[in-house]
Design a protein around this ligand. Structure first.
Ligand code: WTA
Length: 648
């Protein structure tokens, strides 16, 4: 193991940081007063009567009685404060020299136009709108326009398949879909509209599809349903009066993988979410709106993009960078070139990206001027100490502290992280709960463990940006998060406390995998495999992977009819199955390897022993097999190991 290192907070940062060390004591003394103060950073139309209503736990209401418009807070109020000329986004398209700077005044006009256009399409407060877009400014405009008129959005990551899109549209009953002809990916236009056409064919209630033209690709067109963005938004008025919505008005639904096959619709509401994201963005990144150039290098289709590309940064009047494409297009120094060009001061990204850059070598970033950087952030999975130190030294020049931020789609906001200038950094540890947040590591019985021990991460207090429920499924909300330990939020992560009491996250303890920072459910991929006519049974495990953190490893039993007499499972069949998963869920879910096996290891009660399959996938000696119904199975599986390897 890496010798444990500790980096003290830089003194000059401490002298000017947005928050001071007494913030923890302040929040401990009166947690609700602390969040109330954070809420006062925003503009409310009507002030709340009560900070928190937790009487009906685990159903929370924050800033009860307050009224607020999220889009007004993200855009209009900065223009009204005289900052209309300030850049909200330096947008960088993937093709070189395809850039666009958007000021707050321009953003306001665009959001008003889009709000008017959506209203024109019949969208009313409470109606759901699905957004399936590349990383272009219109995506932000679409989200804010929805927020402005009180129509909850559900952004579906552009890498998801038409089937995944269809399921999400149906689950939240969206009536309008906003998309584009496509976006640029790895140097070429990639299409999006065909997936929408396919999905919407099975969603009879979708009445309009609003289409941004980004690449100029040919698209199929249905006059009764499809509307060009430019025709509807481009011609709309830039005048729009924002309506103040109840603090608990739904802001968005974001689908994420759970332990069953059906994705969960995480519901976030308006006031608390905006308070939680804006406060943590300001405090954890020490955000100075006058001077910082902030870059979250994530996709808007994930919660990280929602909270730290859109709502948090805009609420704070930040200038952000937004990048459309991949890190290696047209060359492997693209990120560093963007940082140099736009003088980025804060970079927030995932460990999987850092590990990839490490593999490509330090000489690539070394060619660029990264001296404007002053702070680094990490999110999405545990950051291994090697990657942390490389990030700190090579990208941060040894001077930038690294904020390892733990949180989830469900938490909406950062929860566990160091604070700049206050908390030391230890490579691999997210350190401690942020002020106003209660986190513990508990044992099987729900008792707090002592320093030096491990267990499950739980959250002990409600927090402003917490999920309110699962869309349409209060019961599953209670079961999933609030039933494992009485009165505690079960995060699904393993964790340990070191001797100083600092928190180290150890990965998921359930059937959720983390592949390149993307959450995937083993069950969802198993269902996708089993939906293929040639597959009888499937088991999926997340095995450790040096590049992606975990990788999807599948084991399948074929149907007898799948192969003709004497025929063997060949590479073409494996490829067919991998593509099938990609079609059902999306390319991110494609198994890295698929092994055709005669049987799966099961207990006598019929439960698949994934632990043994993980041993096989990680090429370890297989552990205890005595509880298997048939102890020869593992030998048969290992003999099959030579086949079914991934080759791309
Ligand atoms: C994992 C992403 C360790 C964790 C914001 C969590 C992390 C899941 C960290 C949520 C971190 C996220 N250290 N693990 N700093 N950040 N995770 O919903 O397992 O896509 O439960 O939200 O990612 O993933 P989600």
């Amino acid at each position: 193991m890496h010798e444990m290192r500790r980096f003290e907070p830089p003194a000059e940062l401490a002298a000017h940081a947005n928050v001071t060390a007494d913030v923890y004591a302040e929040a401990d003394a009166d947690r609700l007063a602390f969040w109330e103060k954070a809420a006062e950073r925003l503009s409310w139309d009507t002030k709340w009567d009560r900070v928190l209503d937790w009487d009906n736990a685990p159903f929370a209401q924050w800033f009860v009685g307050g009224k607020i418009n999220a889009a007004y807070n993200c855009v209009d109020r900065h223009v009204e404060a005289g900052n209309g000329d300030k850049v909200a986004y330096h947008w960088v398209g993937e093709p070189e020299n395809d850039t666009r700077d958007i000021t707050y005044a321009e953003l306001k006009d665009l959001v008003c136009q889009a709000a008017n256009a959506l209203t024109g399409l019949g969208v009313k407060a409470g109606d759901r709108v699905a957004i399936y877009m590349p990383m272009i400014p219109e995506t932000v405009v679409a989200m804010l326009a929805c927020a402005r008129i009180g129509a909850p959005h559900t952004v579906v990551f552009g890498g998801f398949s038409s089937t995944a899109l269809r399921d999400r549209i149906q689950d939240c009953d969206a009536r309008v879909v906003i998309t584009s002809d496509g976006g640029y990916r790895r140097g070429a236009p990639a299409a999006l509209k065909p997936a929408v056409d396919e999905a919407v064919a099975q969603c009879p209630d979708v009445r309009s599809v609003l289409v941004v033209q980004r690449t100029g690709q040919d698209v199929e067109w249905d006059d009764s349903r499809d509307v060009w963005w430019d025709d509807a938004v481009g011609t709309a008025s830039t005048e729009h009066t924002p309506e103040a919505f109840d603090s608990e008005h739904p802001l968005y639904v974001m689908y994420t993988s759970g332990t069953t096959g059906k994705p969960k619709g995480i519901l976030h509401t308006t006031g608390g979410y905006l308070v939680g994201t804006s406060y943590t963005h300001w405090s954890v990144f020490d955000l100075k709106p006058e001077t910082d150039i902030f870059w979250t290098a994530a996709d808007i289709g994930w919660v990280t993009g929602h909270s730290y590309i859109v709502y948090g940064p805009l609420a704070n009047g930040t200038t952000s960078v937004m990048y459309e494409g991949t890190p290696d297009t047209p060359h492997k120094g693209r990120w560093w070139e963007i940082i140099q060009q736009h003088k980025v001061t804060i970079l927030y990204c995932a460990p999987t990206a850092i590990r990839t850059f490490m593999k490509w070598g330090s000489d690539i970033p070394d060619e660029f001027d990264l001296s404007t950087l002053r702070l680094l952030g990490s999110v999405g999975e545990p950051i291994n100490p090697e990657a942390y130190i490389w990030y700190r030294e090579t990208i941060g020049g040894g001077r930038c502290p690294v904020m390892d931020t733990w949180w989830q789609t469900e938490t909406g906001q950062l929860m566990i992280s160091p604070l700049p200038g206050i908390t030391a950094g230890k490579p691999g540890s997210a350190m401690k709960a942020l002020p106003g947040i209660g986190a513990l590591v508990v044992d099987d019985e729900g008792n707090a463990v002592q320093p030096g021990s491990g267990g499950y991460l739980v959250l002990t207090e409600p927090w402003p940006a917490m999920l309110r429920t699962l869309w349409g499924d209060d019961e599953r909300y209670q079961d999933t998060y609030w039933s494992r330990f009485q009165g505690l939020y079960f995060a699904g992560d393993g964790a340990k406390l070191d001797e100083d009491g600092d928190i180290w996250l150890l990965g998921r303890v359930d059937d959720v995998m983390n592949v390149s920072g993307h959450r995937l459910s083993t069950t969802e991929i198993e269902s996708a495999l089993v939906s293929h006519p040639k597959v009888a049974e499937a088991a999926v495990v997340g095995a450790n992977d040096p590049d992606t953190g975990q990788a999807v490893n599948a084991f399948v039993i074929l149907r007898e009819s799948a192969l003709k007499d004497g025929e063997k499972a060949d590479d073409a069949l494996i490829q067919e199955l991998r593509n099938h998963v990609s079609k059902e869920i999306g390319p991110i879910a494609k198994p890295k390897s698929i092994l055709v096996v005669p049987e799966l290891p099961k207990t006598r009660s019929g439960k698949i022993m994934r632990r043994l399959l993980r041993d096989v996938a990680e090429k370890r000696d297989v552990g205890d097999v005595t509880t298997l119904a048939d102890s020869t199975i593992m030998d048969q599986i290992k003999q099959g190991l030579a086949t079914g390897k991934d080759d791309d």
